[in-house]
Ligand binder design. Structure first.
Ligand SMILES: NC(=O)c1ccc[n+]([C@@H]2O[C@H](COP(=O)([O-])OP(=O)(O)OC[C@H]3O[C@@H](n4cnc5c(N)ncnc54)[C@H](OP(=O)(O)O)[C@@H]3O)[C@@H](O)[C@H]2O)c1
Length: 302
């Protein structure tokens, strides 16, 4: 199979590239092919695109059996109006451009995996969300809705479309865990805010595994929550991380300090959501890491 990763130089994309390059031809559309050559395996072919305009890269899309669209500037920063604009455009406008490119081609991929996020759901400690839950309110939910809508026209082109509504990904060398580790290693780690909010995590191997499952199962389409079957509260997460690292985990990061540092972005950490991977489980996907502690040990003790 020819798999085209868009945003394949990132934390999730590079894990997919490493996993798939043995058995498939993997290409990545990137704004920085030099960096891609440095970061990714030599066997992954970087193809330049600017993420804004049609160009030679369109031909690459036309050769794909599978497209995995992972573009998006990091959410983990203070959301100024300018940053919000970039968070939206790096997801929604890039996706629209890819769709426009596909509309001009006669050859189409069989399947399109579109990144989305569990931020699309209501951030409510008292509810459990699955794929049938309605979108919530606020910036992240609106972003999620617009992001998914941008990819929807590929269905009219006869392409099977699956949305990966990804939770908080735990893996080595990037993502949320890397940012959390320092205070724990310094002995001042602990829950964020009240600790009662839910953290719907997923091990990186299950992000790759579930994506592969969706590629192979051509009877499946629509939205899938990429979260482990056992989300935990922030307090439990901090306790488990402290136990795995053999470090104390009781120093709470107070809500007001986070709001001062991160502004509106802090709310996504302070609220959280309890999300279940109902459709992946119903379809028979077997999670490699359904429980948090083995997942953390696999990342941190590797
Ligand atoms: N990691 C998580 O916990 C998590 C959770 C939920 C959802 N997600 C979503 O999953 C996707 C991949 O996540 P990740 O953690 O792998 O992110 P990442 O490491 O930041 O990688 C994202 C990739 O997107 C590309 N990109 C960024 N801004 C772009 C722009 N303006 N135009 C075109 N390409 C752009 C970059 O590729 P180049 O620099 O090579 O062009 C980058 O490698 C993101 O959309 C993210 O929001 C991630």
């Amino acid at each position: 199979m020819r798999i085209v990763l868009v945003g394949g130089t990132g934390f999730i994309g590079s894990a997919m590239a490493r996993a798939w390059v043995q058995s498939h031809t993997v290409l990545t559309l990137t704004r920085n092919p030099e960096e891609a050559r440095r970061k990714l395996l030599e066997t992954v072919q970087p193809v330049y695109w600017d993420g804004r305009t049609l160009g030679d890269w369109v031909q690459t899309l036309g050769t794909a059996d599978v497209v995995v669209n992972l573009t998006g500037e990091s959410i983990a920063q203070r959301w100024t109006p300018e940053v919000k604009r970039r968070l939206v455009s790096s997801r929604v406008e890039t996706t629209r451009l890819l769709v426009e490119a596909l509309q001009g081609l006669s050859a189409r991929p069989a399947v399109w995996l579109q990144a989305s996020a569990i931020g699309i759901y209501d951030q409510n400690p008292d509810t459990v969300a699955d794929e049938s839950s309605p979108p919530g309110r606020g910036f992240l939910a609106e972003l999620g809705v617009a992001w998914e809508a941008a990819a929807r026209p590929v269905e009219a082109l006869g392409v099977r479309l699956c949305y990966m509504r990804i939770g908080v990904v735990l893996g080595a060398g990037g993502g949320a865990l890397e940012r959390m580790l320092l205070p724990f290693k310094l002995g001042v780690g602990g829950p964020i805010g009240s600790g009662k909010q839910w953290l719907s995590w997923v091990h990186i191997d299950d992000v790759v595994g579930a994506a592969q499952f969706l590629i192979e199962r051509n009877d499946l389409s629509g939205a899938f929550n990429f979260t482990a079957p056992n989300p935990v509260t922030m307090a439990e997460f901090a306790r488990t991380l402290g136990r795995v690292l053999l470090r104390p985990s009781f120093v709470r990061a107070p809500a007001f300090a986070l709001r001062l540092m991160l502004g509106e972005m802090a709310d996504s950490l302070l609220q959280g959501s309890r999300v279940l991977p109902k459709r992946l489980l119903e379809a028979g996907y077997a999670f490699r890491y359904p429980e948090l502690e083995p997942a953390l040990r696999a990342v941190l003790e590797a």
